[in-house]
Structure formats: structure tokens, C-alpha cells
Design a protein around this ligand. Structure first.
Ligand SMILES: *Cc1c(COP(=O)(O)O)cnc(C)c1O
Length: 350
């Protein structure tokens, strides 16, 4: 090994889900939305003034911040935006998890949290979910350097009631508690109203799932103005222009179309509830999901075998070769037609 290699920041990176180059695929592996973005998004993209790309974008992302604040009836100084919620989460770790005490997140959760913690050298502890994959709130009443978990949790889809979230926030007023609400629009209760009451709560959401904009990379955090100011200080110390002109213009359109947003979420929820019944009838078991995916295991057929068989039929789902969850499949909710094809295949295979 060369001497300089001793001084490299070595990390084990996050592994994103596959983006296969397969024309015939049914893609149920990365929790994307099966419906296109709001119609206004296409309109602004077609009308983009390419000459304006000479100029830097608005570093404060003012118009997008305003549109998000309007939608959620917040003040602009309660909103921070970034390049997908992954960027917002990374900035938040860097800004708020500096006590030297371990940050807490579940053993089974979004697999980026431990990657950022390792990258930023933040110590962490991972309390185990109970045997039904529920978060035990008491695990978060111990001394810590901060708390982060998704609600509903990923990849389980399990929602924690808002009353329990509030207990965790209330018990931990000396640290920042982050709730990652990537899937909250599919039927769970948001912790957003609690930001008025607790200045240690940061609620993080994304346009990638419920607003069909994974390819555009837009995420945001809401919290007390003081939290947002600290986040912006770190952002401006790292990269002033995180949001490009295209993302800003498209993001504003996506968030303004409330009706389209509500209708696509409603359709996904309806398809999810239908898929739950069908999967149950086929011998699958799962906790009730409030997300746009179902995390299921089969009574007799091993998950890895199903994963491979589905793949051969161009149906992509997610399989994690990890302790405790290596007999589960995470199946994203697609269109009704895609889900019918999935169920038809499973009926013939099992
Ligand atoms: C998808 C997802 C994200 C990241 O979303 P982006 O906004 O696309 O970066 C963050 N947290 C969880 C739990 C997710 O599932």
C-alpha cells in the first residue's frame, strides 16, 4: 500500500437499488412512483430558457422554499431544501450530530444512516426493532447524541403513532430528533405540526416518492427557524448552489399541484390495499404498511428464490441479503396493471 493511502478517508458506500436497462421491466425495486410528475412539470421543462443556464441559480432557492412553505402553511424560515432528501439528511447529520455521544437509529432501517455516520465519524448505536419489526420507543429514552428514523420505517413500512414520536421528541430535548418522512404521504401521520412546539425536531421529506420526481433530486427539511439557519450555514460552507435552475422551476410546479398529488397518492394507497389482500391469499406475511411498498415474507417459498424467479420475468423487486431480513422482499407499489402482472406470476410460481 502506498503511504498516501493511510490518509484516505475510507468508506463503505451505500448501495443504491438497481436501475436495470430493461425495456420490458416492471420496476418495483426502488420505491419510485409509477405515475408521471404533475403536468405542470412537463410544461415548465419544455419552456425552460436555456440562455438562463449561463447564470447561477438563486442560492437561497427562494421560490421553491416559498412554494413548500405555502403548501404546508409554514414560514419560509422553517424550510430548508436540498438535492434530494439524501443531501438534506447528510447536511443534517453534519450540522447536528456533533456531541461525540452515540446517535440512535434502528437496527433495521434506511441503510444510508450508518454510511453517513461512518463518513462523518459520528458514533452510533442501533436498538433492535421488536420481533414484529416495530420500533420500541423506550430504546430512545437513553442518553444519546441525536436520533434519526423514518416514519413509516424503511424497509418495513411500519408507522409509529404520532403520540409515540412526540414522547421521543419530548424526552430528548437536549439533542436533535430527525424524522425522515420519505413515505409519509401514503397514509401515515406527519410530525410536521410538532415543529411549532419543539425546537429540537427536524422533519425531512422528499419529492422522490409521493411527487414522482426521483430523477430531479429535491428534498426538504422543516423545523424551527434556528435549526434551518444552522443548516443553511453548513450548506453555504459546502456548496452554495445545491439546487439547479431546472430543479427549482420543476419543483415549484410539482408542489403547487395539490390535486394531482393527492390523486396519485390515493391511487397508490388503493393499489397497495388491493395488493395486501392478494399477497395474503398467496401465503405472504407482512406487517401493515403505510408506505408505497410492502415488506413481505412467504410461509414456504424462500425470498431469494422468488427474487430470482421474478427477475427472470423482468419483474424487479428488492432483496436485502442482511441479518434478520434475508427472507423478505420489498415490493414497491406500481400501477394496478403492474401489480396484477406480479400477482399473476406469483400465482403460477408458488
Ligand atoms: C428514498 C428515501 C430517501 C431518499 O430520497 P431522495 O430524496 O431521493 O434522496 C431518504 N430516506 C428514506 C427512508 C428513503 O426511503
Amino acid at each position: 500500500m502506498k503511504t498516501w493511502e493511510n490518509n484516505v478517508r475510507k468508506v463503505v458506500p451505500y448501495t443504491p437499488g438497481e436501475q436495470p436497462d430493461d425495456k420490458y421491466m416492471i420496476k418495483l425495486n426502488t420505491n419510485e412512483n409509477p405515475y408521471p410528475p404533475a403536468p405542470g412539470v412537463e410544461r415548465v421543462l419544455r419552456g425552460m430558457d436555456t440562455d438562463a443556464l449561463r447564470l447561477y441559480p438563486d442560492p437561497s432557492a427562494g421560490e421553491l422554499v416559498r412554494a413548500i412553505a405555502d403548501f404546508y402553511r409554514l414560514d419560509e424560515d422553517q424550510v430548508f431544501v436540498g438535492i434530494g432528501s439524501d443531501d438534506v439528511l447528510a447536511m443534517s447529520f453534519l450540522t447536528f450530530f456533533n456531541s461525540g455521544k452515540p446517535v440512535l437509529f434502528p437496527d433495521i432501517t434506511y441503510s444510508f444512516y450508518d454510511v453517513w455516520a461512518d463518513l462523518f465519524r459520528i458514533p452510533y448505536k442501533r436498538p433492535a426493532l421488536d420481533e414484529n419489526f416495530h420500533i420500541k420507543k423506550e430504546d430512545y429514552f437513553q442518553e444519546n447524541g441525536g436520533i434519526i428514523f423514518p416514519n413509516p420505517n424503511a424497509p418495513t413500512g411500519v408507522e409509529m403513532p404520532l403520540s409515540e414520536i412526540e414522547e421521543i421528541v419530548r424526552e430528548n430535548q437536549d439533542v436533535i430528533v430527525m424524522i425522515d418522512e420519505a413515505y409519509v404521504d401514503f397514509g401515515a401521520q406527519s410530525a410536521l405540526p410538532l415543529i411549532e412546539k419543539y425546537d429540537n425536531l427536524l422533519v425531512i421529506q422528499t419529492f422522490s416518492k409521493s411527487r414522482s420526481m426521483a430523477g430531479m433530486r429535491i428534498g426538504f427539511a422543516c423545523g424551527d427557524p434556528k435549526l434551518i439557519k444552522y443548516l443553511n450555514d453548513v450548506k453555504y460552507s459546502f456548496n452554495s448552489y445545491t439546487m439547479d435552475r431546472t430543479a427549482l422551476a420543476a419543483g415549484v410546479e410539482a408542489v403547487r399541484d395539490k390535486e394531482y398529488f393527492q390523486e396519485t397518492c390515493r391511487r397508490i394507497i388503493e393499489t397497495r390495499e388491493w395488493a395486501k389482500k392478494e399477497l395474503k391469499a398467496l401465503g405472504f406475511c407482512f406487517e401493515d404498511s403505510k408506505a408505497n411498498f410492502i415488506f413481505a415474507t412467504h410461509k414456504t417459498c424462500p425470498a431469494e428464490k422468488l427474487f430470482q424467479a421474478l427477475r427472470e420475468k423482468h419483474i424487479y423487486v428488492r432483496y436485502f441479503r442482511k441479518e434478520r431480513i434475508d427472507n423478505y422482499l420489498r415490493i414497491t407499489i406500481g400501477t394496478k396493471d403492474e401489480m396484477e402482472q406480479l400477482i399473476e406470476f406469483l400465482k403460477s410460481f408458488i
